[in-house]
Write a protein that binds this ligand. Structure first.
Ligand code: ADP
Ligand code: MG
Length: 378
């Protein structure tokens, strides 16, 4: 797991992309997508689709599996990576791929470069594949949803991260500049330096401690708690300044357990400074020190990004989960008049077909064979 085979980005055709997208669409309400359904969503000939499906299984972008009630295809991590990376390269956000620089429990991090050869950081979010319950306890993705899948979770996680980073950067917080995102992938500024956990010596321990505590309280004054504010999520730049990373789990200061999360963040820093630098201070912020001056929490919740996801999930919840409209992820939708359909257009196209399908599905015997088997978590 984890290796990106980027060569594949070059030789897969728009038809491959269309079929892969169809499987992604089908997975919104089928655990396994039968070839026939994929064919209908992709609106291609069955024979052609069949060949493409087999080809993509060979490249491990799809897997074919036997279910209890029917057999079908599902996207693999690599297939989902491919869809997102294809869009990001087509937009010109990414041009080339470099080394993996981090493996988190819930992400893979790579160095990539744009067309100006500026190195950037690519974070692929990977959630929910193995143990949904842990994530559910740990993170706050599920206020409104009763069913989801790893596709959704990873995508929500990336979307939240992008939205928070943007809101924080706009207010002058020291975070990497968010550049673009698609599906479960976020592209951001590459921080030169290393995580605090690798630092054994700093110029001025007290100054860094104060700076980090000030950040915790400043975040809270803006309505948010990082929720994982520790030495792994604080990068120290070459000039000694901290940069905060890793935001999908951020929560509002209005959250019912906000005080506990706040204290945990504070204690992470206190414990680390004691352990690593032998530094202890009487001074540390408490929840009562917060004085609200802004509402990043409300802004992110109301932003186009996450609202769209919320809406999406609501629709996902309805009996007829096929009824679904995909947003444009970014303002970045210049119309290109190329003869070849862009990935975004193909995606839209698949959505339109789904609209038709929802009527057909009701009538076809297909309905008996393809029982929408939603993944249940609650
Ligand atoms: P996770 O959610 O898996 O913990 P993080 O966002 O914390 O993911 O990233 C994991 C590691 O990748 C970090 O500890 C850091 O070493 C590296 N990393 C993440 N973002 C950046 C970045 N923008 N620039 C440089 N390194 C980064
Ligand atoms: Mg982290």
């Amino acid at each position: 797991m984890g290796k990106l085979d980027v060569k594949i980005l070059r030789y897969l055709t728009p038809e491959n992309f269309r079929v892969l997208t169809a499987i992604e669409m089908g997975m919104k309400n089928h655990e396994l997508v039968p070839a026939l359904l994929a064919t209908q969503i992709a609106n291609l000939r069955y024979g052609g689709v069949h060949k493409l499906l087999k080809e993509m299984c060979k490249h491990k972008l799809l897997s074919y599996e036997r279910g209890k009630r029917y057999d079908g295809y599902r996207l693999t991590n690599a297939g989902y990576d491919y869809l997102a990376l294809k869009v990001l390269t087509q937009r010109g956000t990414i041009r080339s791929f470099g080394n993996q620089i981090g493996v988190g429990k819930e992400s893979n991090i790579y160095v990539v470069a744009n067309e100006e050869e500026t190195p950037l950081c690519l974070k692929l979010h990977r959630l929910g594949r193995t143990c949904f319950r842990n994530i559910k306890e740990k993170r706050d993705y599920h206020q409104h949803r009763h069913s989801a899948s790893w596709l959704y979770l990873s995508r929500i996680s990336a979307t939240r991260e992008f939205a928070y980073m943007k809101a924080l950067l706009d207010r002058g917080f020291p975070v990497p500049k968010p550049i673009d995102f698609n599906r479960h992938c976020v592209v951001m500024e590459l921080v030169e330096g290393g995580p605090l956990c690798n630092i054994n010596e700093v110029n001025n321990v007290e100054e860094l401690y104060d700076e980090l505590m000030d950040l915790i309280i400043k975040l809270a004054n803006h309505g948010v708690i990082h929720g994982d504010f520790n030495e792994f999520n604080i990068m120290i730049k070459d000039d000694g300044k901290p940069i905060i990373i890793d935001f999908p789990q951020m929560i509002s200061t209005e959250h019912e357990n906000a005080e506990a999360y706040f204290e945990r963040d504070v204690n992470c820093i206190r414990d680390f400074f004691k352990r690593r630098f032998g530094y202890e201070s009487e001074l540390y912020p408490t929840f009562q020190d917060i004085s609200r001056e802004d509402s990043i929490d409300a802004e992110v919740k109301a932003s186009g990004f996450t609202r769209q996801i919320e809406k999406e999930i609501d629709i996902f919840l309805t009996e007829n989960g096929i009824e679904y409209k995909e947003e444009k992820d970014n303002e970045n939708n210049e119309d290109n008049e190329d003869s070849e359909d862009s990935e975004e257009e193909i995606y839209e196209d698949c959505v339109d077909n789904i609209e038709d399908l929802k009527y057909q599905l009701k009538n076809l015997q297909l309905q008996n064979k393809i029982v929408a088997k939603e993944v249940e978590f609650d």
